[in-house]
Design a protein around this ligand. Sequence first.
Ligand code: AMP
Ligand code: MG
Length: 287
Amino acid sequence: MTDAVRQLWGAPVEEALRARPGLRLADLDARATPGFTGSKADGRAAMAATGVRLADLQERLYAHGRTGGTRSVLLVLQGPDTAGKGGVVREVLGMVDPQGVALRAFGVPTPAEREQHFLQRVRAALPPAGRIGVFDRSHHEDVLVPRVEGLVPPDVLERRYDEIVRFEEEVVAAGTTVVKVLLWVSADEQHARLRTRLTQPEKHWKYDPSDVDARLRRGAYEEAYEAVLERTSTDVAPWYVVPADRRWFARLAVTALLHRALDDLGLGWPAPTYDVAAELARLDASR
Ligand code: AMP
Ligand code: MG
């Protein structure tokens, strides 16, 4: 982060956004910009500046992976329909080399996936060393939809929270930094965004009639998201709650969180495994 950008953050991003115990999503101001003191224009400038740093760090991570390193980063994006997960992928991950990104979107499990343990498809999608993995929805969906719809027995659901915590601990222990982001959009803003999907023909493809069914159960989903935050936010894999009514802020916040995660890896450039001076001499002699 440049000094100019750091000054616009009144508090470190991870402190400003970390999920606090007992958080009530109904009380969350989705238009707030926690930690960030600047305007929308400042936010865009800060995002571009941080993006340049992010791209450099991402290349280091990739180089690290190509030279035997084992570290990786996993960005988990959750949030209700229209919260802006796709926009984050496009605008934030769009600032780094796509070759270093492993993106996976999780939809309703297929019949074959339903036969497996719920973590199996997630394990298979974990980022290889050196990559930034991105989950557009994730294993956390397995304690959201089934809980609201009553699709699995309570004891199975209960066990899943513990399985998720243990799974994420394993992933972190294997060298992956896990950054979990809940993008939170207000009911009014979600209404406006869904409306746009219905009034603009080029957005019809984004609309799903089930989006309204989920809206009608907003209270139950809030409660289910709160349970996710309560049960699966750990020191090794904490949740960050990002108010998402202002798209510019949500994208800036995820950029800053990712930057922080990569910066914390403290990666330099890999040392060459050959004698640079000797190779230079050999190369020049080959002219
Ligand atoms: P979208 O992200 O808009 O493409 O929609 C994907 C849909 O898949 C959403 O309605 C999710 O709730 C649903 N989904 C994703 N994972 C699961 C899961 N494990 N169990 C049930 N539904 C899921
Ligand atoms: Mg959708």
